[in-house]
Design a protein around this ligand. Sequence first.
Ligand SMILES: *Cc1c(COP(=O)(O)O)cnc(C)c1O
Length: 396
Amino acid sequence: MIYADNAATTKMSQSAVDAVLRCMKENWGNPSSLYEHGQKAREALEDARERMAACLGCTPRELYFTSGGSEADNQAIRSAASLGARKGKKHIISTAFEHHAVLHTLERLKKEGFEITLLDVHSDGIVTPEQVADAIREDTCLVTVMYANNEIGTVEPISEIGAVCREKGVLFHTDAVQAAGHLPISIRDQNIDLLSLSAHKFHGPKGIGALFARKGVLLEPLINGGAQERGKRAGTENVPAIAGMAAALEDACRSLDENRIRVSAMRDRLIEGLDRIPYGELNGSRDSRLPGNVNFCFEGIEGESLLLLLDDKGICASSGSACTSGSLDPSHVLLAIGRPHEVAHGSLRLSISEETTPEEVETIIRAVGETVTYLRNMSPFWRDLMSGKRRHVLKA
Ligand SMILES: *Cc1c(COP(=O)(O)O)cnc(C)c1O
């Protein structure tokens, strides 16, 4: 099997598995208990927090553990909205191509009386600081722009957007779920007030993540109960998963530069190989792009059929995001960068990692080429394109 769906989830690293198991065997106490066994679990919890803070460039007290990226996004946005509402500021700025954890939270807030501006994304998948500056108003309480897009892999100018927000006194949240462990993060230097991350996107366990909230930014609990996480997130902490997340993040940060160089070289080879397929085009900027992300549109293809045939050849890939695969709506991300419906349906996302080999990349290039040709030969839509009955949207 060739695994090329690391944007959906990653395989846990050996050190993350070891950390989880060790914690399950040795530190299974409740961190809130006062006897020694509980206190050992407390130490493991706080040790994980300190190590993660060191990787991210913040203080341990600014990190709150959550059940993952979705919860962190929800809590960050809801907290900033509540703070804003108290001052009569009920305008929020985001982008049209955020993850649904952000977009659906914003839809809910809209029903609750907030005004939401979703910035257009340029055809290269980038949102500019100027767009953000132009959209900020007197009553804007939050700007939320993702660090890197989960479908097309484009990397946004987060530090510059953060600087604009800081200058105008507006809170800035970034969904860094795709970036954490893959791109350098230095929260303090990047003008970030709130940041979400999720362990299973960087070879850690699923169901665990973290929310950074800058000192002075008051979080509102989504889950009420005990006083865990300094009263901001009730519920007994998942200490083994947290220990696994810290181990995975440390690994990722330690090897970040090395992995980035190796993986992006394979990514570029993949792009080069797939670019030879006629009437296909890379989605999103070639340069400002996650090291492991390749996303193409192919005319005359159904993404779902392509995936099934690649699966037959032992290749795991994705079309659109995992959350929408199975639905017939084309990806909101591809529509946001201006791809027409019929082309947006024919997309393929390959997300590789440092575990991918150059041989696997060659196999993928061959398999995608063969499969696209095979599907096009059966497609009435493609026949219309070739006979000139329909106009091509992409270049040959
Ligand atoms: C995966 C992902 C999420 C959701 O994270 P979970 O831990 O799966 O809830 C949010 N945002 C982005 C950009 C993602 O890729």
